[in-house]
Design a protein around this ligand. Structure first.
Ligand code: KG4
Ligand code: ZN
Length: 331
């Protein structure tokens, strides 16, 4: 049983997860309201909010499960990548709990949490699988070959896809966080109405680029020739086309994988999910999309990454307590 702590962006989260895939208790406190007036996450505000909320949440989660720290086998905390102030709050709390309880600390890469979370939801998902990780901070294609063995096939050369959704929302005056709002507005628009670019489509390496798409959205909006709904729908369609083209390229390079998995906050998007499902079916791959609450930032995925580590190395003594939080930490 692992206690997980997540604080790398704007969600403070704590969860208790067992190696047989039960989430015994979890709490997630979003900071959406604090950051909304600024149109994006303000690191200083985020760090303070994590510091205020984390200790009561840890007590609450243990209380919800009716357990004390004695029952826990290890404490897993996100150690990066992310906003450094927030990561430090969660990691220092994890270290303090580990020190006080004598239980091992497991420092988890936030991206590894996303990468392994589909296995928490679906016990049939074995290695290897092709993972599309799409969130506000990341846009990568990984071959997940085992716990701790990740081969990065592609990344973004500029913006992450969630960031592009958030910026599009800002341009259209929809507010923050933008992804769900753009998706909702897109339902009322025509995805073929606004000519928008598909950056890097057809290029040799499977990398992503979304900065040019965002600029094109801005120009389309400023031209006054299109409705906001048409822009939202056309933007979403361009994003889908880029994802599918790049995934096809990655599959061509990496060879067949039995499963295609999507994770990260953007995986909540239903249009993107459907397109990925169709791609998987064309390639005779199993398609796995974890439930939405596991796709966005949460602590169950961090606790689960800790479980996976302990299953792999049962006598793991723990990461050193002088380990540093890492704002950047490629998987
Ligand atoms: O994984 P996540 O919760 O946080 C990190 O960035 O690590 O992802 C949040 C991102 C935001 O950019 C948000 O706009 C995007 O996921 N997102 C969506 C949708 N729901 C959340 N993007 C497109 N469509 C959605 N329905
Ligand atoms: Zn995330």
């Amino acid at each position: 049983m692992v206690l997980g702590i997540e604080s790398s962006c704007d969600e403070t989260a704590v969860a208790l997860v067992t190696s047989d895939r039960r989430i015994l208790a979890q709490r997630i406190a979003s900071q959406e309201e604090e950051h909304a007036p600024y149109g994006g996450v303000v690191p200083e505000i985020a760090a303070r909010a994590h510091a205020q909320r984390l200790a009561p949440m840890l007590e609450a989660v243990l209380g919800d499960a009716g357990l004390s720290l004695d029952a826990v086998d290890a404490i897993a905390a996100t150690a990066g990548p992310g906003l450094i102030g927030g990561v430090m709050v969660g990691l220092v709390s994890g270290k303090a709990l580990a020190m006080a309880s004598g239980k091992p600390l497991i420092a988890v890469n936030h991206l590894e949490g996303h990468a392994l979370s589909p296995r928490l939801a679906d016990e049939t998902l074995g290695f290897p699988y092709l993972l599309l990780l799409v969130s506000g901070g990341h846009c990568q294609i990984l071959s997940v070959e085992g716990v701790g063995t990740y081969r990065r096939l592609a990344t973004t050369i500029d913006d992450a896809l969630g960031e592009a959704f958030d910026k599009t929302a800002k341009i259209l005056g929809l507010g923050y966080p933008g992804g769900p709002k753009v998706e909702r507005l897109a339902m009322e628009g025509d995805p073929k109405s606004v000519p928008l670019p598909r950056p890097l489509k057809g290029s040799k390496e499977p990398h992503f680029s979304f900065a040019g798409l965002k600029s094109a959205v801005l120009r389309a909006h400023e031209s006054g020739d299109h409705s906001d709904a048409d822009i939202a729908a056309s933007f979403q369609q361009a994003a889908v086309d880029c994802l599918i083209d790049r995934l096809e390229k990655a599959l061509g390079q990496a060879g067949p994988h039995p499963a295609l998995v999507v994770a990260g906050g953007v995986a909540a998007n239903q249009v993107i999910r459907s397109a990925l499902e169709a791609l998987a079916s064309r390639h005779q791959m199993q398609f796995v999309a974890p439930p939405l609450q596991l796709c966005t930032d949460n602590a169950a995925m961090i606790a689960w990454a800790g479980c996976e580590r302990l299953i792999q190395t049962p006598d793991f003594a723990g990461d050193p307590l002088d380990l540093k939080a890492r704002p950047r930490w490629p998987l």
